[in-house]
Design a binder for this molecule. Structure first.
Ligand SMILES: [Zn+2]
Length: 141
């Protein structure tokens, strides 16, 4: 007998990533910063990528950034996203420096270009999750 395969995409939380996922469920982005050199990075890492320092703090991103790149996803790579097709996937350059991949919602792909200002907020994600999604700032829509 086989067990049913869940179409949900559930993040695998670990001790390292728990702060990120706790914020993500509220539509916010928790970032890490090195207390020795000030570098900010994403995704979470156990030490500073610049110097392997372990004095790290978590802080909340402003949620603001720029559209670095995007694509329209038209083919499902997982059963959980079939109902969402087509959707916009964005690479957002956060004001704090790191880049983040997330959905871009309420946007017309024919009006998109790199460097448009975006703001992150809570939005629906595949599998019934709430995750940060990007929206174009109102001045650009
Ligand atoms: Zn550092």
């Amino acid at each position: 007998m086989t067990s049913p395969i869940s179409p949900r995409v559930v993040p695998e939380e670990s001790e390292l990533t728990a702060p990120y996922w706790a914020s993500a469920q509220l539509g916010r982005v928790a970032l890490q910063r090195c207390l020795d050199c000030g570098l900010v990075w994403h995704p979470p890492a156990p030490s500073c990528p610049a110097g392997a320092a372990h004095r790290i703090e978590w802080f909340e991103s402003s949620g603001r950034g720029r559209l670095y790149s995007y694509t329209v996803v038209e083919h499902a790579v997982h059963p959980a996203v079939i109902g969402a097709l087509p959707y916009l996937l964005a690479l957002v350059a956060l004001d704090e420096g790191p880049r983040l991949i997330c959905n871009l919602v309420s946007a017309d792909p024919s009006n998109l270009s790199a460097d448009l200002p975006v703001t992150l907020s809570a939005g629906p994600a595949a599998g019934g999750l709430t995750l940060p999604v990007a929206r174009l700032d109102e001045s650009t829509t």
